[in-house]
Design a binder for this molecule. Structure first.
Ligand code: NAP
Ligand code: G4F
Length: 322
Protein backbone atom coordinates (compact mmCIF):
# COMPACT_ATOMS: atom_id res chain seq x y z
CA UNK A 1 0.00 0.00 0.00
CA UNK A 2 1.64 3.31 -1.03
CA UNK A 3 1.79 5.94 1.70
CA UNK A 4 1.27 9.66 1.19
CA UNK A 5 1.57 12.63 3.50
CA UNK A 6 -0.67 15.61 2.80
CA UNK A 7 0.12 18.93 4.46
CA UNK A 8 -2.98 21.15 4.55
CA UNK A 9 -5.32 18.13 4.72
CA UNK A 10 -7.91 20.23 6.58
CA UNK A 11 -8.14 22.66 3.65
CA UNK A 12 -10.36 22.43 0.56
CA UNK A 13 -7.85 20.62 -1.67
CA UNK A 14 -6.44 18.47 1.14
CA UNK A 15 -9.86 16.96 1.78
CA UNK A 16 -10.48 16.09 -1.89
CA UNK A 17 -6.96 14.74 -2.34
CA UNK A 18 -7.31 12.54 0.76
CA UNK A 19 -10.56 11.05 -0.63
CA UNK A 20 -8.92 10.52 -4.02
CA UNK A 21 -5.84 8.77 -2.59
CA UNK A 22 -7.93 6.58 -0.27
CA UNK A 23 -9.91 5.43 -3.32
CA UNK A 24 -6.61 4.55 -5.01
CA UNK A 25 -5.67 2.35 -2.03
CA UNK A 26 -3.17 4.70 -0.38
CA UNK A 27 -2.48 4.99 3.31
CA UNK A 28 -3.08 8.70 3.94
CA UNK A 29 -1.29 10.67 6.64
CA UNK A 30 -2.60 14.19 7.17
CA UNK A 31 -0.35 16.77 8.78
CA UNK A 32 -2.20 19.38 10.84
CA UNK A 33 -1.01 22.31 12.91
CA UNK A 34 -2.00 22.56 16.53
CA UNK A 35 -4.87 24.95 17.26
CA UNK A 36 -7.17 25.50 20.22
CA UNK A 37 -10.19 24.44 18.18
CA UNK A 38 -10.60 21.43 15.93
CA UNK A 39 -10.60 22.34 12.22
CA UNK A 40 -11.39 18.88 10.83
CA UNK A 41 -14.79 19.80 9.33
CA UNK A 42 -13.74 18.97 5.76
CA UNK A 43 -12.25 15.56 6.62
CA UNK A 44 -14.69 14.58 9.35
CA UNK A 45 -16.35 11.97 7.06
CA UNK A 46 -13.02 10.16 6.41
CA UNK A 47 -11.37 10.69 9.77
CA UNK A 48 -11.39 6.99 10.63
CA UNK A 49 -9.64 6.13 7.35
CA UNK A 50 -6.73 8.57 7.69
CA UNK A 51 -3.99 9.17 10.24
CA UNK A 52 -3.63 12.67 11.63
CA UNK A 53 -0.21 13.83 12.75
CA UNK A 54 0.84 17.19 14.18
CA UNK A 55 3.34 19.39 12.35
CA UNK A 56 3.74 22.99 11.30
CA UNK A 57 5.45 24.53 8.28
CA UNK A 58 7.05 27.03 10.68
CA UNK A 59 8.80 24.26 12.56
CA UNK A 60 11.67 22.40 10.89
CA UNK A 61 12.01 19.59 13.43
CA UNK A 62 8.30 18.73 13.31
CA UNK A 63 8.65 18.20 9.54
CA UNK A 64 11.76 16.05 9.89
CA UNK A 65 9.96 13.96 12.53
CA UNK A 66 6.88 13.42 10.35
CA UNK A 67 8.94 12.32 7.33
CA UNK A 68 11.17 10.14 9.55
CA UNK A 69 8.23 8.49 11.32
CA UNK A 70 6.15 7.70 8.22
CA UNK A 71 8.74 7.54 5.37
CA UNK A 72 6.06 8.18 2.72
CA UNK A 73 6.48 7.51 -1.01
CA UNK A 74 4.73 10.81 -1.78
CA UNK A 75 4.38 14.19 -0.06
CA UNK A 76 1.80 16.72 -1.22
CA UNK A 77 2.53 20.19 0.17
CA UNK A 78 -0.87 21.90 0.14
CA UNK A 79 -0.46 23.86 3.38
CA UNK A 80 -0.20 27.64 3.00
CA UNK A 81 -1.53 30.99 4.07
CA UNK A 82 -3.68 30.92 0.94
CA UNK A 83 -5.94 33.98 1.16
CA UNK A 84 -4.54 36.77 -1.03
CA UNK A 85 -5.91 39.83 0.92
CA UNK A 86 -4.47 38.49 4.20
CA UNK A 87 -1.05 38.45 2.59
CA UNK A 88 -0.99 42.28 2.61
CA UNK A 89 -1.92 42.35 6.33
CA UNK A 90 0.45 39.52 7.27
CA UNK A 91 3.23 39.58 4.66
CA UNK A 92 5.91 38.14 6.93
CA UNK A 93 3.77 35.25 8.12
CA UNK A 94 2.77 34.58 4.51
CA UNK A 95 6.45 34.48 3.52
CA UNK A 96 7.32 32.20 6.45
CA UNK A 97 4.61 29.64 5.67
CA UNK A 98 3.91 29.89 1.96
CA UNK A 99 7.53 30.48 0.87
CA UNK A 100 10.04 29.28 3.49
CA UNK A 101 7.74 26.46 4.62
CA UNK A 102 8.42 24.82 1.24
CA UNK A 103 12.17 24.88 1.85
CA UNK A 104 11.72 23.41 5.32
CA UNK A 105 9.73 20.51 3.89
CA UNK A 106 12.16 19.95 1.02
CA UNK A 107 15.04 19.97 3.52
CA UNK A 108 13.26 17.36 5.63
CA UNK A 109 12.88 15.15 2.54
CA UNK A 110 16.47 15.71 1.39
CA UNK A 111 17.87 14.84 4.82
CA UNK A 112 15.63 11.90 5.70
CA UNK A 113 14.63 10.20 2.44
CA UNK A 114 15.47 11.84 -0.91
CA UNK A 115 13.56 9.08 -2.73
CA UNK A 116 10.28 10.69 -1.62
CA UNK A 117 8.27 12.25 -4.45
CA UNK A 118 7.23 15.84 -3.68
CA UNK A 119 4.33 17.94 -5.02
CA UNK A 120 4.29 21.71 -4.47
CA UNK A 121 0.99 23.62 -4.72
CA UNK A 122 2.01 26.50 -6.97
CA UNK A 123 -0.51 29.03 -8.18
CA UNK A 124 -1.68 31.02 -11.18
CA UNK A 125 -1.33 34.05 -8.87
CA UNK A 126 2.37 33.85 -9.82
CA UNK A 127 1.42 35.12 -13.32
CA UNK A 128 -0.24 38.15 -11.70
CA UNK A 129 -0.07 41.04 -14.16
CA UNK A 130 0.08 38.47 -16.91
CA UNK A 131 2.61 39.09 -19.65
CA UNK A 132 0.92 36.67 -22.05
CA UNK A 133 -2.57 35.26 -22.59
CA UNK A 134 -3.26 32.40 -22.04
CA UNK A 135 -0.68 31.49 -19.39
CA UNK A 136 1.37 28.34 -19.76
CA UNK A 137 4.37 26.69 -18.06
CA UNK A 138 6.81 29.01 -19.85
CA UNK A 139 4.99 32.29 -19.14
CA UNK A 140 7.18 34.61 -17.02
CA UNK A 141 5.91 35.40 -13.52
CA UNK A 142 4.79 38.88 -12.38
CA UNK A 143 3.19 38.40 -8.94
CA UNK A 144 0.93 41.16 -7.58
CA UNK A 145 0.62 40.30 -3.88
CA UNK A 146 2.86 39.10 -1.05
CA UNK A 147 1.06 35.77 -1.51
CA UNK A 148 2.00 35.65 -5.20
CA UNK A 149 5.59 36.56 -4.38
CA UNK A 150 5.75 33.80 -1.74
CA UNK A 151 4.38 31.26 -4.22
CA UNK A 152 7.04 32.26 -6.77
CA UNK A 153 9.67 31.49 -4.12
CA UNK A 154 8.01 28.13 -3.35
CA UNK A 155 7.94 27.33 -7.05
CA UNK A 156 11.60 28.11 -7.71
CA UNK A 157 12.91 26.40 -4.58
CA UNK A 158 11.09 23.25 -5.75
CA UNK A 159 12.73 23.53 -9.18
CA UNK A 160 16.06 24.24 -7.49
CA UNK A 161 15.92 21.16 -5.22
CA UNK A 162 15.06 19.04 -8.26
CA UNK A 163 18.06 20.40 -10.14
CA UNK A 164 20.49 20.57 -7.19
CA UNK A 165 19.73 17.29 -5.45
CA UNK A 166 17.98 15.28 -8.16
CA UNK A 167 14.79 15.07 -6.07
CA UNK A 168 11.52 14.05 -7.74
CA UNK A 169 10.06 17.45 -6.84
CA UNK A 170 7.37 19.00 -9.04
CA UNK A 171 5.23 22.07 -9.03
CA UNK A 172 1.62 22.17 -10.18
CA UNK A 173 0.66 25.67 -11.32
CA UNK A 174 -3.03 25.50 -10.58
CA UNK A 175 -5.61 28.05 -11.64
CA UNK A 176 -8.52 28.84 -9.29
CA UNK A 177 -10.50 25.77 -8.32
CA UNK A 178 -13.61 25.89 -6.22
CA UNK A 179 -16.20 23.68 -4.55
CA UNK A 180 -18.80 23.63 -1.79
CA UNK A 181 -15.79 23.16 0.55
CA UNK A 182 -14.18 26.45 -0.47
CA UNK A 183 -13.54 28.87 2.42
CA UNK A 184 -16.33 31.44 2.83
CA UNK A 185 -13.99 34.40 2.26
CA UNK A 186 -13.08 33.46 -1.35
CA UNK A 187 -15.26 35.19 -3.90
CA UNK A 188 -17.03 32.16 -5.44
CA UNK A 189 -18.14 30.75 -2.10
CA UNK A 190 -18.96 34.23 -0.80
CA UNK A 191 -21.29 34.56 -3.80
CA UNK A 192 -22.90 31.09 -3.58
CA UNK A 193 -23.41 31.44 0.18
CA UNK A 194 -24.68 35.01 -0.26
CA UNK A 195 -27.15 33.91 -2.95
CA UNK A 196 -28.50 31.20 -0.64
CA UNK A 197 -28.93 33.65 2.25
CA UNK A 198 -30.69 36.17 0.01
CA UNK A 199 -32.96 33.52 -1.53
CA UNK A 200 -33.95 32.27 1.93
CA UNK A 201 -34.73 35.81 3.09
CA UNK A 202 -31.92 36.16 5.66
CA UNK A 203 -30.20 39.18 4.08
CA UNK A 204 -31.00 41.54 1.22
CA UNK A 205 -27.59 42.37 -0.28
CA UNK A 206 -24.14 40.99 -1.06
CA UNK A 207 -21.12 43.31 -0.75
CA UNK A 208 -18.25 42.57 -3.14
CA UNK A 209 -15.15 44.26 -4.54
CA UNK A 210 -13.95 44.30 -8.15
CA UNK A 211 -16.55 42.64 -10.39
CA UNK A 212 -14.44 42.91 -13.55
CA UNK A 213 -11.56 40.63 -12.45
CA UNK A 214 -11.45 37.49 -14.57
CA UNK A 215 -10.46 34.03 -13.42
CA UNK A 216 -10.15 30.55 -14.88
CA UNK A 217 -12.42 28.69 -12.42
CA UNK A 218 -12.57 24.90 -12.26
CA UNK A 219 -13.81 22.28 -9.80
CA UNK A 220 -11.38 21.29 -7.02
CA UNK A 221 -12.32 17.59 -7.24
CA UNK A 222 -10.94 17.49 -10.80
CA UNK A 223 -7.64 19.17 -9.89
CA UNK A 224 -6.49 16.73 -7.21
CA UNK A 225 -6.31 14.01 -9.86
CA UNK A 226 -3.87 16.24 -11.75
CA UNK A 227 -1.68 16.55 -8.63
CA UNK A 228 -1.50 12.77 -8.34
CA UNK A 229 -0.80 12.30 -12.07
CA UNK A 230 2.20 14.67 -11.78
CA UNK A 231 3.76 12.38 -9.15
CA UNK A 232 3.17 9.27 -11.31
CA UNK A 233 5.06 10.77 -14.27
CA UNK A 234 8.19 9.03 -15.57
CA UNK A 235 10.24 12.21 -15.07
CA UNK A 236 9.64 15.16 -12.72
CA UNK A 237 8.09 18.08 -14.60
CA UNK A 238 5.88 21.10 -13.79
CA UNK A 239 2.39 21.51 -15.24
CA UNK A 240 -0.32 24.15 -15.52
CA UNK A 241 -3.84 22.93 -14.61
CA UNK A 242 -6.85 25.02 -15.62
CA UNK A 243 -9.94 24.91 -17.84
CA UNK A 244 -8.81 27.30 -20.60
CA UNK A 245 -11.95 29.43 -20.05
CA UNK A 246 -12.12 32.76 -18.25
CA UNK A 247 -15.11 34.48 -16.59
CA UNK A 248 -15.51 37.69 -14.63
CA UNK A 249 -16.71 37.93 -11.03
CA UNK A 250 -19.75 39.72 -12.51
CA UNK A 251 -20.52 36.69 -14.72
CA UNK A 252 -20.19 34.39 -11.71
CA UNK A 253 -22.77 36.57 -9.91
CA UNK A 254 -25.11 36.59 -12.92
CA UNK A 255 -25.11 32.81 -13.23
CA UNK A 256 -25.37 32.20 -9.47
CA UNK A 257 -28.32 34.57 -8.93
CA UNK A 258 -30.04 33.38 -12.12
CA UNK A 259 -29.85 29.81 -10.78
CA UNK A 260 -32.35 30.79 -8.06
CA UNK A 261 -34.43 33.06 -10.34
CA UNK A 262 -32.95 36.39 -9.15
CA UNK A 263 -31.24 39.33 -10.90
CA UNK A 264 -27.77 39.93 -9.37
CA UNK A 265 -27.96 43.66 -10.18
CA UNK A 266 -30.64 44.17 -7.53
CA UNK A 267 -28.55 42.65 -4.71
CA UNK A 268 -24.82 43.08 -5.38
CA UNK A 269 -23.27 46.21 -3.86
CA UNK A 270 -19.71 47.21 -4.73
CA UNK A 271 -17.68 48.01 -1.64
CA UNK A 272 -14.23 49.63 -1.68
CA UNK A 273 -13.22 47.54 1.35
CA UNK A 274 -12.94 44.47 -0.86
CA UNK A 275 -10.71 46.04 -3.51
CA UNK A 276 -7.03 45.06 -3.43
CA UNK A 277 -3.94 47.30 -3.44
CA UNK A 278 -2.84 45.56 -6.66
CA UNK A 279 -5.24 43.41 -8.68
CA UNK A 280 -4.75 40.40 -10.95
CA UNK A 281 -7.08 41.33 -13.79
CA UNK A 282 -7.07 38.34 -16.11
CA UNK A 283 -6.10 34.73 -15.66
CA UNK A 284 -6.72 32.01 -18.21
CA UNK A 285 -4.79 28.78 -18.57
CA UNK A 286 -3.33 26.95 -21.48
CA UNK A 287 -3.55 23.44 -19.97
CA UNK A 288 -2.47 21.67 -23.18
CA UNK A 289 0.77 20.22 -21.74
CA UNK A 290 -1.16 18.49 -18.93
CA UNK A 291 -3.79 17.29 -21.40
CA UNK A 292 -1.27 15.85 -23.85
CA UNK A 293 1.33 14.44 -21.46
CA UNK A 294 -0.74 13.47 -18.40
CA UNK A 295 -4.12 12.88 -20.06
CA UNK A 296 -5.64 15.31 -17.53
CA UNK A 297 -8.87 17.13 -18.39
CA UNK A 298 -11.34 18.96 -16.13
CA UNK A 299 -14.81 17.36 -16.11
CA UNK A 300 -17.01 20.02 -14.45
CA UNK A 301 -17.70 23.16 -16.51
CA UNK A 302 -18.33 26.72 -15.30
CA UNK A 303 -22.16 26.53 -15.28
CA UNK A 304 -22.10 23.17 -13.49
CA UNK A 305 -19.62 24.49 -10.93
CA UNK A 306 -21.75 27.54 -10.09
CA UNK A 307 -24.91 25.42 -9.87
CA UNK A 308 -23.38 22.81 -7.60
CA UNK A 309 -22.02 25.47 -5.24
CA UNK A 310 -25.33 27.35 -5.04
CA UNK A 311 -27.32 24.13 -4.55
CA UNK A 312 -24.99 23.04 -1.77
CA UNK A 313 -25.25 26.38 0.03
CA UNK A 314 -29.05 26.43 -0.31
CA UNK A 315 -29.11 23.08 1.49
CA UNK A 316 -26.58 24.20 4.12
CA UNK A 317 -28.26 27.52 4.90
CA UNK A 318 -31.75 25.91 5.06
CA UNK A 319 -30.44 23.38 7.59
CA UNK A 320 -28.87 26.17 9.66
CA UNK A 321 -32.11 28.18 9.87
CA UNK A 322 -34.33 25.18 10.59
P1 NAP B 1 -6.99 26.26 2.12
O1 NAP B 1 -8.37 25.72 2.08
O2 NAP B 1 -6.77 27.64 2.61
O3 NAP B 1 -6.11 25.26 3.04
C1 NAP B 1 -4.85 25.63 3.52
C2 NAP B 1 -4.35 24.56 4.46
O4 NAP B 1 -3.06 24.94 4.96
C3 NAP B 1 -5.24 24.33 5.71
O5 NAP B 1 -5.32 22.94 5.96
C4 NAP B 1 -4.44 25.03 6.83
O6 NAP B 1 -4.69 24.48 8.11
C5 NAP B 1 -3.02 24.68 6.38
N1 NAP B 1 -1.99 25.53 7.00
C6 NAP B 1 -1.94 26.88 7.03
N2 NAP B 1 -0.83 27.28 7.70
C7 NAP B 1 -0.18 26.17 8.10
C8 NAP B 1 1.02 25.94 8.81
N3 NAP B 1 1.77 26.94 9.30
N4 NAP B 1 1.42 24.66 9.03
C9 NAP B 1 0.65 23.62 8.58
N5 NAP B 1 -0.50 23.78 7.90
C10 NAP B 1 -0.91 25.05 7.66
O7 NAP B 1 -6.30 26.16 0.70
P2 NAP B 1 -6.73 25.30 -0.60
O8 NAP B 1 -7.67 26.11 -1.42
O9 NAP B 1 -7.09 23.92 -0.19
O10 NAP B 1 -5.35 25.29 -1.41
C11 NAP B 1 -4.37 24.28 -1.18
C12 NAP B 1 -3.03 24.79 -1.66
O11 NAP B 1 -3.08 25.09 -3.06
C13 NAP B 1 -2.54 26.08 -0.99
O12 NAP B 1 -1.14 26.02 -0.91
C14 NAP B 1 -2.95 27.16 -1.96
O13 NAP B 1 -2.12 28.30 -1.80
C15 NAP B 1 -2.72 26.45 -3.28
N6 NAP B 1 -3.54 26.87 -4.41
C16 NAP B 1 -4.89 26.91 -4.29
C17 NAP B 1 -5.66 27.24 -5.38
C18 NAP B 1 -7.17 27.28 -5.31
O14 NAP B 1 -7.78 27.83 -6.22
N7 NAP B 1 -7.78 26.66 -4.29
C19 NAP B 1 -5.03 27.53 -6.61
C20 NAP B 1 -3.65 27.46 -6.69
C21 NAP B 1 -2.90 27.12 -5.59
P3 NAP B 1 -5.88 25.02 9.06
O15 NAP B 1 -7.08 24.20 8.71
O16 NAP B 1 -5.34 24.75 10.42
O17 NAP B 1 -6.07 26.48 8.76
O1 G4F C 1 -11.65 34.27 -4.71
P1 G4F C 1 -10.45 35.12 -4.57
O2 G4F C 1 -10.16 35.66 -3.23
O3 G4F C 1 -9.24 34.30 -5.17
P2 G4F C 1 -7.79 34.70 -5.73
O4 G4F C 1 -7.32 35.99 -5.20
O5 G4F C 1 -7.85 34.56 -7.22
O6 G4F C 1 -6.87 33.56 -5.10
C1 G4F C 1 -7.29 32.20 -5.10
O7 G4F C 1 -6.85 31.58 -6.28
C2 G4F C 1 -5.42 31.52 -6.44
C3 G4F C 1 -5.14 30.84 -7.78
O8 G4F C 1 -5.09 31.83 -8.78
C4 G4F C 1 -4.84 30.73 -5.28
F1 G4F C 1 -3.49 30.61 -5.43
C5 G4F C 1 -5.17 31.43 -3.97
O9 G4F C 1 -4.67 30.66 -2.88
C6 G4F C 1 -6.69 31.53 -3.85
O10 G4F C 1 -7.20 30.22 -3.73
O11 G4F C 1 -10.59 36.39 -5.55
C7 G4F C 1 -10.83 36.26 -6.93
C8 G4F C 1 -11.13 37.62 -7.55
C9 G4F C 1 -10.09 38.70 -7.21
O12 G4F C 1 -9.76 39.39 -8.39
C10 G4F C 1 -10.81 39.64 -6.26
O13 G4F C 1 -10.41 41.01 -6.34
O14 G4F C 1 -12.37 38.09 -7.02
C11 G4F C 1 -12.25 39.48 -6.75
N1 G4F C 1 -13.24 39.84 -5.73
C12 G4F C 1 -14.24 40.74 -5.91
N2 G4F C 1 -14.96 40.87 -4.79
C13 G4F C 1 -13.31 39.38 -4.47
C14 G4F C 1 -14.39 40.04 -3.87
N3 G4F C 1 -12.56 38.48 -3.80
C15 G4F C 1 -12.90 38.21 -2.51
N4 G4F C 1 -12.17 37.28 -1.82
N5 G4F C 1 -13.94 38.84 -1.88
C16 G4F C 1 -14.72 39.77 -2.52
O15 G4F C 1 -15.65 40.34 -1.94
Amino acid sequence: MPRAIITGITGQDGSYLAEFLLNKGYEVIGMVRRSSTITFERVHHIQDAITIVQGDLHDQSSLVDVIEQYRPEEVYNLAAQSFVPTSWNQPVLTGEVTALGVTRLLEAIRLVNPETRFYQASSSEMFGKAVEVPQRETTPFYPRSPYGVAKVYGHWITVNYRESYDLFAVSGILFNHESPRRGLEFVTRKISHGVARIKLGLVDSLRLGNLEARRDWGYAGDYVEGMWLMLQNATPKDYVLGTGETHSVREFCEVAFRHVGLDYDKYVVQDQRYYRPAEVDLLVADPSRAQTELGWKPKVNFQELVSLMVESDLKLVSQEVR
